[in-house]
Design a protein around this ligand. Structure first.
Ligand code: API
Length: 265
């Protein structure tokens, strides 16, 4: 299936009750926007012993992602529409996440942010609230690493130039996602993103959570903010039980891969 959440687009495979099928080669082939389908992330749903479902993520370059907030919201919508549930538990690499229907939107608890240097992870013991990089960014883990820059004008930020340089900075042993955030008010942020393993995307759920956390840690915003991304709006609410993200989901199409496509892998 093809889905998107605020323009962050996904191929979602439902492998419940079957063997997992995704390999790095399949991820790269499906992610090719010319010869495959194209996606920001690929998500594979599997049967779970400990939650309603298990979920794994791949980036467009075939690398694994430990978290993907928008794909998790889309998958939650898909399963809840199928089963009639209004709440769902989803096991991802970072643990069991809780989702629920919220009007026409889906809310997801992305868990507690990781603010210790070795949790993000960074390559050495430094203050995650002030990284020793030009622009004084903040590092936050949300099950995946993020590096958040605060800028005057997010639309003017050189996302394509700075993003890939920071993605592979030696400070981040597992590389990092990179966010450029403009504070508009105590409760509103404009953010643009360079995603690890994928590049510029129209939205990034875990990045939105990381940005809200970073802005609050710096004293710039309250704990609940609205965030405008290139592809739409998300709401982030950092509560006692974790960072909740609420936003839209959209089902685009369902299809079948041809034998010829699969043979070419
Ligand atoms: N789009 C995703 C994040 C993908 C993160 C991935 N690029 C990585 O950590 O490698 C989201 O909505 O959270």
């Amino acid at each position: 299936m093809k889905w998107h959440g605020a323009g962050n687009d996904f191929v979602i495979l439902d492998s419940r009750g079957k063997d997992a099928v995704v390999t790095r080669a399949l991820a790269v082939a499906l992610g090719d926007r010319n010869r495959g389908i194209g996606f920001d992330q690929l998500a594979e749903i599997r049967s779970s012993d400990t939650a309603d479902i298990d979920l794994d993520f791949w980036n467009a370059d075939g690398s694994r992602a430990g978290a993907c907030g928008n794909a998790t919201r889309c998958v939650a919508r898909y399963i809840m529409d199928l089963t009639g549930q209004s709440r769902l538990t989803i096991r991802t690499a970072r643990g069991v996440l809780h989702a629920r229907i919220d009007g026409d939107q889906v809310s997801l608890n992305m868990g507690h942010p990781q603010t210790a240097w070795d949790e993000v992870p960074l390559s050495r013991d430094i203050d995650t609230a002030h990284l020793p990089l030009d622009g004084d960014p903040v590092a936050v883990g949300m099950g995946n690493p993020h590096c958040v820059f605060f800028v005057e004008d997010a639309d003017a930020a050189d996302v394509a130039g700075i993003g890939p340089r920071i993605e592979h900075d030696p400070l981040f042993p597992d590389a990092t996602n990179v966010e450029f955030a403009e504070i508009r008010a105590r409760d509103e942020i404009r953010m643009r993103v360079w995603e690890r393993g994928t590049g510029i995307t129209l939205a990034c759920g875990s990045g939105a959570c990381a940005t809200a956390v970073a802005a609050h840690r710096r004293g710039l915003t309250d704990k609940c903010v609205r965030m405008e991304l290139d592809g739409g709006w998300l709401t982030l609410d950092w509560r006692e039980d974790g960072v909740w993200m609420t936003g839209p989901t959209a089902f685009v199409f369902k299809g079948q891969l041809t034998p010829a496509f699969l043979k070419g892998l």
